[in-house]
Design a protein around this ligand. Structure first.
Ligand SMILES: *[C@@H]1O[C@H](CO)[C@@H](O)[C@H](O)[C@H]1NC(C)=O
Ligand SMILES: *[C@@H]1O[C@H](CO)[C@@H](O)[C@H](O)[C@H]1NC(C)=O
Ligand SMILES: *[C@@H]1O[C@H](CO)[C@@H](O)[C@H](O)[C@H]1NC(C)=O
Ligand SMILES: *[C@@H]1O[C@H](CO)[C@@H](O)[C@H](O)[C@H]1NC(C)=O
Ligand SMILES: *[C@@H]1O[C@H](CO)[C@@H](O)[C@H](O)[C@H]1NC(C)=O
Ligand SMILES: *[C@@H]1O[C@H](CO)[C@@H](O)[C@H](O)[C@H]1NC(C)=O
Ligand SMILES: *[C@@H]1O[C@H](CO)[C@@H](O)[C@H](O)[C@H]1NC(C)=O
Ligand SMILES: *[C@@H]1O[C@H](CO)[C@@H](O)[C@H](O)[C@H]1NC(C)=O
Ligand SMILES: [Cu+2]
Length: 579
C-alpha cells in the first residue's frame, strides 16, 4: 500500500493556496515528489524448512527474509509493526539517520521498550540524503537471525545514479541459519557463560544453496544476459560472522556502501562484516554459462570455532545452453580466500574512498579513544559450575573502555533522557581507557574482567567527534564490525597494533575518506572515525556481532538538543511502547 503525500484529501481553499505557493516556487525550486510508503509488518511464527528440517521461525509477514522496502531518497516510511510472536520485538532501520526521529530507531531499551507479544508500534521516519542499500532487522535478543530484509533507497525521482544505469538490480542478503531456535541458542549461552553454538549454514536470500543437504532445488538463481551490467546490492545480515563474497570468473565494481556512493573500484572479492552493505556492478562478459555466487567466513579470531560452510547462489546467463536432462553441469565455483586471510580483507576495506573531496571535521571537540574487545568474568564463589562454562570456569563478557554495557529494563535510555528520569544511566562513559596497557600485546590476566554498567557519553549538539577504536587482544583479538546508530561517520584511517598518535595521525585521509555506518575494526588493530553530532538523541554504538553485543560490547552517545525546532528531538509518538 503506497500513497503519494500530495494525494491526501484537503480542502479546496488549501488546495488553491498550495497551488499558488507552488507556482511561486516552481521557477526557483525543484518540485519534490517525495512519497509516503505505508506498510504493515506482522511479526509471527512461520514454518520454515531448511537443511531438511522445519522450524517454527519468527518472520515478518510469513517471509524469510522479510519484505524488501523500495523507496526514493526523501521519502517517508510509515510501518506499523504488529507483534503476533511470543517474544518481545523491535525493528531497527539499519543505517537510516533518523534525524530528530530517534523514537523510530528501534534498539530495545535504547530508544524504546520492546513491542510485547500482542502489541504494536508504528515507526515513522524520512530518508534524508541517503542513497543506496540499507536494510532493516529486529533489534531484540537474537531475533534478527530471521527477522530482516532489504531497504533500497534510489535517487530522488528525476535524479540518476552516478554510474551507468544497471539493467537489473538484485538484493543479495547474506544470512546465517541455525538448525535450532536462535533464541534458544542465545539463551543457552547466557545461562552457561560459554560461547553460543555456531550457525549450521550461511544463506543467500534465505537459501543455503546446493552445497548443503536438502537445499539444492531451492538454490537462488540470479539471472543475467550476455553483455548486460547489473547491480548487486550485497548485505551482510548474518548474526555473528564476517563473510567473503565472490562470483566465479567475474570482477565486481564497487560503487556504494552503507547507502553512500564511493569512488568506483574493481575487485574479485568482497568482505562484509555483519551490518555492512556493498553495492557492486557486475558485467556479463564471460561465456554464457552458470557461475556460483559464494559466501563464506572471514574468521579472524585464532582458534575460535566458526561455521566452516559455504553458501551459494547461481549467476545464470539467460543464453546459457540448457544442461541436458539428467546431466547436470555444475556451475563454475570461485576460489574463496582462506578463512584467516586478513590481508585480503584489509586490501578490500582500505580501498574505499568517497567519490570526491568531502568536508571532514578538522577542529575536534572530543578526541576519544575506546578500547574494544572481549573479557572473562570470574565466577562468583558458590555459583553453579553449569553457569560458568566459559574458558577455565569463567563466563564470557565484552566491553568498550572496560565497561560492559548493560541495557536498562524499566525505561528506554531515550525516554529516561527526555523525561529526566534519574537512576537509569550515568553520563560518565570514559573518554579514554581507564588503564593504559599494550592493547594488542600479551595482556595481563588481571585486566580481563571489565566493569558492568550503563554509561553514556554526552555530546552537545554540533560537537565534532573523533573516536579511535582500539581492538584488544584480551582472550583473543578479532575483527569487530562497529556500528553507530543515528550517524554516518568518516573512516579516516585504520591499521594494526596499537594506535600511535605521533606516528599514525599523519596517515589520516582528510580528503576523501569513505562515509559509512559500520567500520570493520581490523583484528588486533585500530580504526579512526569522525562525525559531527548533529542529530539529538541517544545513539548506541556496538559491535554488530550479536554474540558480542550480548556480552556487552556497546556504549551509547547522548546528544543534546541544539537551538530551535530543527535541532530538537521530536516528541515521542503516542503509541511508543513503554516497559
Ligand atoms: C548447541 O550445541 C550442542 C552440541 O552440539 C547441543 O547439544 C545443543 O543442543 C545446542 N544448543 C541449542 C540451543 O541448539
Ligand atoms: C548430509 O547428509 C548426509 C547423509 O545423511 C550426512 O552424512 C551429512 O553429515 C550431512 N551433511 C551436512 C552438512 O549436514
Ligand atoms: C573448513 O573446511 C574445509 C573443507 O570443507 C577444510 O579443508 C578446512 O580445513 C576447514 N577449516 C577449518 C579451519 O576448519
Ligand atoms: C591461516 O591458517 C592456516 C591453518 O589453518 C595457517 O597455516 C596459516 O598460517 C594462517 N594464516 C594466517 C595469515 O594466519
Ligand atoms: C586456562 O588454564 C590453563 C591451565 O591452567 C592455562 O594454560 C590457560 O592459559 C588458561 N586459559 C585462560 C583463558 O585463562
Ligand atoms: C603472557 O604473559 C604471561 C604472564 O605475564 C606469561 O605466562 C605467558 O607465557 C605470556 N604469553 C605469551 C604468549 O607470551
Ligand atoms: C577493568 O576494571 C576492573 C575492575 O575495576 C579491573 O579489575 C580491570 O583490571 C580493568 N581492566 C582494564 C583493562 O582496565
Ligand atoms: C519484554 O519486555 C518487558 C518490558 O517491556 C520486560 O519487562 C520483559 O522482561 C521482556 N521480556 C523478555 C523475555 O525479555
Ligand atoms: Cu565484536
Amino acid at each position: 500500500m503506497e500513497a503519494n503525500s500530495f494525494s491526501n484529501p484537503f480542502g479546496s481553499f488549501f488546495f488553491f493556496l498550495f497551488l499558488g505557493i507552488l507556482l511561486v516556487f516552481t521557477s526557483a525550486m525543484p518540485i519534490t515528489n517525495a512519497k509516503t510508503h505505508y506498510h504493515d509488518f506482522v511479526v509471527q511464527a512461520t514454518p520454515v524448512k531448511r537443511l531438511c528440517r522445519t522450524h517454527s521461525t519468527i518472520t515478518v509477514n510469513g517471509m524469510y527474509p522479510g519484505p524488501t522496502l523500495e523507496v526514493n531518497n526523501g521519502d517517508t516510511l510509515v510501518i506499523n509493526v504488529v507483534n503476533r510472536a511470543r517474544y518481545n520485538v523491535t525493528i531497527h532501520w539499519h543505517g537510516v539517520r533518523q534525524i530528530r526521529t530517534g523514537w523510530a530507531d528501534g534498539p530495545e531499551f535504547v530508544t524504546q521498550c520492546p513491542i510485547r507479544p500482542g502489541g504494536s508500534y508504528t515507526y515513522r521516519f524520512t530518508i534524508q540524503g541517503q542513497e543506496g542499500t540499507l536494510w532493516w532487522h529486529a533489534h531484540s535478543s537474537w531475533l534478527r537471525a530471521t527477522v530482516y530484509g532489504a531497504l533500497i533507497v534510489r535517487p530522488k525521482e528525476g535524479d540518476s545514479y552516478p554510474f551507468t544505469k544497471p539493467k537489473r538490480e538484485t538484493p543479495i542478503l547474506l544470512g546465517e541459519w541455525w538448525d535450532a531456535n536462535p533464541i534458544d541458542v542465545v539463551r543457552q549461552a547466557t545461562r552457561t557463560g560459554a560461547a553460543p553454538n555456531i550457525s549450521d549454514a550461511y544463506t543467500i536470500n534465505g537459501q543455503p544453496g546446493d552445497l548443503y543437504n536438502c537445499s539444492s532445488k531451492d538454490t537462488i538463481i540470479v539471472p543475467i544476459d550476455s553483455g548486460e551490467t547489473n547491480l548487486l546490492r550485497v548485505v551482510n545480515s548474518g548474526l555473528n560472522q564476517q563473510l567473503f563474497f565472490k562470483v566465479a570468473n567475474h570482477q565486481l565494481t564497487v560503487v556504494g556502501a552503507d547507502a553512500s556512493y564511493v569512488k568506483p573500484f574493481t575487485t574479485s572479492v568482497l568482505m562484509l562484516g555483519p551490518g555492512q552493505t556493498t553495492d557492486v556492478l557486475i558485467t556479463a562478459d564471460q561465456p554464457p554459462a552458470r557461475y556460483y555466487i559464494a559466501g563464506r567466513a572471514y574468521a579472524s579470531a585464532q582458534g575460535a570455532p566458526f561455521d566452516n560452510t559455504t553458501t551459494t547462489a547461481i549467476l545464470e546467463y539467460k543464453s546459457a545452453p540448457c544442461p541436458a536432462k539428467g546431466l547436470k553441469v555444475k556451475p563454475v565455483m570461485p576460489t574463496m580466500p582462506q578463512f584467516n586471510d586478513t590481508a585480503t580483507a584489509t586490501a578490500f576495506t582500505t580501498s574505499f574512498r568517497s567519490p570526491r573531496q568531502v568536508e571532514v571535521p578538522t577542529k575536534i571537540d572530543h578526541n576519544l579513544l575506546f578500547t574494544v574487545g572481549l573479557g572473562l568474568n570470574n565466577c562468583p564463589p558458590g555459583a553453579s559450575r553449569s553457569t560458568c562454562q566459559g574458558p577455565n570456569g569463567t563466563r564470557f563478557t565484552a566491553s568498550m573502555n572496560n565497561e560492559s554495557f548493560m541495557l536498562p529494563s524499566s525505561f528506554s535510555l531515550l525516554q529516561a533522557h527526555q523525561q529526566g528520569i534519574p537512576g537509569v544511566f550515568t553520563t560518565d562513559f570514559p573518554a579514554n581507557p581507564p588503564v593504559q596497557f599494550d592493547y594488542t600485546g600479551n595482556v595481563s590476566r588481571s585486566l580481563w574482567q571489565p566493569n558492568r554498567g550503563t554509561k553514556l557519553y554526552k555530546l552537545k549538539y554540533g560537537d565534532t567527534v573523533q573516536v579511535v577504536l582500539q581492538g584488544t587482544s584480551i582472550f583473543t583479538a578479532e575483527n569487530h564490525p562497529i556500528h553507530l546508530h543515528g550517524y554516518d561517520f568518516y573512516i579516516v584511517a585504520e591499521g594494526f597494533g596499537n594506535f600511535n598518535p605521533s606516528r599514525d595521525t599523519s596517515k589520516f585521509n582528510l580528503v576523501d575518506p569513505p562515509l559509512r555506518n559500520t567500520v570493520s575494526l581490523p583484528v588486533g588493530g585500530w580504526a579512526v572515525i569522525r562525525f559531527v553530532a548533529d542529530n539529538p538523541g541517544v545513539w548506541i554504538m556496538h559491535c554488530h556481532l550479536d554474540v558480542h553485543i550480548t556480552w556487552g560490547l556497546a556504549m551509547a552517545f547522548l546528544v543534546e538538543n541544539g537551538v530551535g525546532e530543527l535541532q530538537t528531538l521530536q516528541v515521542p509518538p503516542a503509541d511508543l511502547p513503554i516497559c
